[in-house]
Design a binder for this molecule. Structure first.
Ligand SMILES: NC(=O)c1ccc[n+]([C@@H]2O[C@H](COP(=O)([O-])OP(=O)(O)OC[C@H]3O[C@@H](n4cnc5c(N)ncnc54)[C@H](O)[C@@H]3O)[C@@H](O)[C@H]2O)c1
Length: 260
C-alpha cells in the first residue's frame, strides 16, 4: 500500500476524475476527504469507498471558491484525522462561449472555481503540511494548461494560471517537504465533457460525432479518450513519489494529444 494512513483531501471528489482519484487513494490505504459542493453525492461516494477499503473516506461540504467554506472543510478534516498530507485541487467546471459573447459573470465563475479554488485550498492546507513535516499538492490542470481551443478562454486562462501557482508552491514548499505538481489530462468522458459535446456541436455548427472525433480526439495518437484509470494512476504515482525529483512539474496524460 503506497498511501497507508495518509490523509488526503480531494476537491470535486464526489464524481468524475476526483472520485476515481479518491478510489485509487483508498485502495492504497489512504484516508480521503471527499470535498464537494454536492454533499449528498460526496456522502454516497465516501460510503462506497469506506466499504471498499482498505483505507477510508469521509464527506466534506465545500465550495472551493469560498474562503470560509474551504477553511471550515479543511478544519473538519484536521479535527477528524489530525491534519492533511495530500491535497488534490480538482474541482472544476466548464463554460464555453466565444470571447466576445462570454458573460463576465461566467468568466469570473470559471476563474473562481479553478484558480481561486486551487489557491484557497492550498492556503488552507499548507500550514498543516508544514506542521507534519511535508505534503503533496496535486493540481488538476489540463491539456488546456498548455494548449488553447476555441470557446474556452476562461478555462484555458485558468488552467494556464494553475501552472504558475504550482511552480511557486513547489519553490516555497521545498524547505518544508511540500511538493506541488500538475496533472494535465486530455478529454476524459465525465459529466463535464458529456455536457460540452452538444454545446460545441451547436456553436461550431458540426455534428456531435465530429465534435468527438475531430475536435476532442482528432490529435490523439489512438483516437481514444483518456480514462479515469489513466488519471488516477498518475495521481497515485505522484502522491506517493518519495523525493523532490518531481516537483513543480506538469505531467500530460492525453494519449499523445499534447506532447509538451
Ligand atoms: N473531463 C475531462 O476531460 C477533463 C480534462 C482535463 C481536465 N479536467 C479537469 O478535471 C477536474 C474534474 O473534472 P471532471 O471531468 O471530473 O468534472 P465533473 O463535472 O465530473 O466533476 C467535477 C466535480 O467538482 C465539483 N465541483 C464543482 N464546483 C465546485 C465547487 N465550487 N466546490 C467544490 N466542488 C465543486 C462537482 O460537484 C463535481 O463533483 C476539473 O478541474 C477539470 O477541469 C477534466
Amino acid at each position: 500500500m503506497r498511501m497507508k494512513d495518509k490523509v488526503a483531501i480531494v476537491t470535486g471528489g464526489a464524481g468524475g476524475i476526483g472520485e476515481a482519484i479518491s478510489r485509487a487513494f483508498v485502495a492504497e490505504g489512504a484516508k480521503v476527504a471527499i470535498a464537494d459542493l454536492k454533499l449528498d453525492a460526496a456522502t454516497t461516494t465516501a460510503d462506497v469507498l469506506t466499504k471498499m477499503g482498505p483505507g477510508a473516506a469521509m464527506p466534506v461540504a465545500m465550495d472551493v471558491a469560498d474562503e470560509a467554506s474551504v477553511n471550515a472543510g479543511v478544519a473538519a478534516v484536521a479535527t477528524a484525522w489530525g491534519g492533511v498530507d495530500v491535497l488534490v485541487a480538482n474541482a472544476g467546471v466548464q463554460i464555453v462561449h466565444r470571447v466576445e459573447d462570454f458573460p463576465f459573470a461566467d468568466w469570473k465563475r470559471v476563474l473562481a472555481i479553478h484558480l481561486d479554488g486551487a489557491f484557497l485550498t492550498t492556503k488552507a492546507c499548507v500550514p498543516s503540511m508544514k506542521a507534519r513535516g511535508g505534503g503533496v499538492i496535486l493540481y488538476m490542470g489540463s491539456v488546456h494548461s498548455k494548449e488553447a481551443s476555441p470557446l474556452k478562454s476562461a478555462y484555458v486562462a485558468a488552467k494556464h494560471g494553475i501552472l504558475g501557482l504550482a511552480r511557486v508552491v513547489a519553490k516555497e514548499g521545498a524547505a518544508h517537504g511540500i511538493r506541488a505538481n500538475v496533472i494535465c489530462p486530455g478529454f476524459v468522458k465525465t459529466p463535464l465533457v458529456e455536457k460540452q459535446i452538444p454545446e460545441q456541436a451547436k456553436t461550431l455548427g458540426i455534428s456531435e460525432e465530429d465534435v468527438v472525433k475531430k475536435v476532442m480526439l482528432g490529435q490523439t495518437v489512438d483516437g481514444e479518450f483518456t480514462t479515469l484509470d489513466d488519471v488516477a494512476r498518475v495521481a497515485t504515482f505522484l502522491a506517493s513519489f518519495p523525493t523532490d525529483a518531481l516537483t513543480g512539474q506538469s505531467i500530460v496524460v492525453s494519449h499523445g494529444w499534447c506532447m509538451s
